[in-house]
Design a protein around this ligand. Structure first.
Ligand code: AMP
Length: 308
């Protein structure tokens, strides 16, 4: 069975969208990635840290889905990472209102012993030095290292980010962040520049406009599924990354062609995520639901054309 180790925030989020507002609910990049990857029947572990204020039921929610949470450290007298954001009317852009690192400030991740030989490592959005520390703990060189990051870390830890990026095979990043990281408007040029920083594969997420996968001179594009209801995009990027990583850990085929399928799985899972607040929609997805949506994806994007 494929083994996937995930590092990322396990957090409280408070979200405002044009459709409503939440108090502190379960969130965090590690949480969304873990839940998405749990659909692939693989061994997965989330490495993270929470405070004494974090409800046990949230950890149980993950372990009930076979996610190993023994690498989620609990600092009893600390407070859990908290993030709050407000979406604009287009639901594609948002403002971060609050980022309280709390226990994340001094976080030293510890990869569980039995996951130090995992084939796939998913470095979720976190301080790049923390991401690097996870890589350094692997006893065997992983077959695939995927990194996700965001503008926050570009603003406050750019040198460390450049250092970590050198060691990864795939980067998943959104369009705005790709432009910030490279100073280039064209995503094709930005992808090439990121490629030169280290990653062989570059995935650029474009929210409701889908995702692009670049490798050398090859590019692949998957649209986002047009949905009737987009309720809360929080975690869609992480859910995409979790679906992408989970599929590759399951199939153990890290070729460009298989990554195209991983992009489709990532987009499919992300399409569920946005339908409800936080993790609500992806907490209990059935295989039938996922396959139905994959089928919708197929009919949305397949066509026959005669070239003569
Ligand atoms: P996404 O919508 O995929 O970009 O991810 C949203 C998730 O990222 C939320 O659940 C937040 O808890 C988490 N998050 C927000 N800011 C940060 C940050 N600076 N570092 C790590 N995770 C973050």
């Amino acid at each position: 069975m494929g083994k996937l180790v995930i590092v990322g925030t396990v957090a409280f989020d408070a979200i405002e969208t044009p459709f409503g507002k939440t108090d502190k609910i379960l969130g965090g990049a590690g949480t969304f990635i873990g839940l998405a990857a749990s659909n692939f029947n693989i061994d997965s572990a989330v490495v993270s840290v929470v405070g004494g204020d974090f409800p046990q039921e949230y950890l149980s929610l993950m372990s009930n889905k076979n996610i190993d949470v023994s690498g989620v450290e609990i600092i009893e007298d600390g407070k859990t990472f908290f993030w709050s954001g407000r979406y604009h009317n287009d639901m594609n852009s948002r403002d971060t209102l609050v980022t309280e690192l709390n226990v994340l400030e001094n976080f030293e991740p510890k990869v569980p012993e039995n996951y130090r030989d995992a084939e796939v490592v998913m470095l979720g959005n976190l301080h790049p030095s923390t991401q690097m520390s996870v890589l350094n703990q692997m006893t065997e060189k992983p077959k695939l290292v995927i990194l996700d990051t965001m503008n926050f870390w570009m603003d406050c830890a750019l040198d460390e980010l450049h250092n970590t990026i050198k060691h990864v095979d795939v980067i998943t990043i959104n369009d705005e962040e790709a432009r910030q990281l490279t100073g280039e408007y064209s995503l094709v040029v930005a992808a090439r520049k990121i490629h030169d920083m280290g990653p062989e594969y570059v995935v650029i997420k474009k929210g409701e406009h889908g995702a692009l996968l670049f490798h050398d001179d090859n590019a692949f594009y998957a649209p986002a599924l047009p949905l009737e209801e987009v309720f809360d995009p929080t975690g869609a990027g992480d859910t995409f990354a979790g679906g992408f990583a989970g599929y590759l850990a399951k199939t153990k085929d890290y070729s460009f062609d298989n990554m195209k399928k991983a992009v489709i799985y990532g987009s499919t899972l992300a399409s569920f995520c946005v339908e409800k607040f936080g993790t609500q929609r992806i907490e209990n997805l059935s295989t039938t639901e996922i396959y139905k949506r994959l089928d919708q994806f197929k009919s949305l994007t397949q066509f026959e054309i005669e070239l003569n």
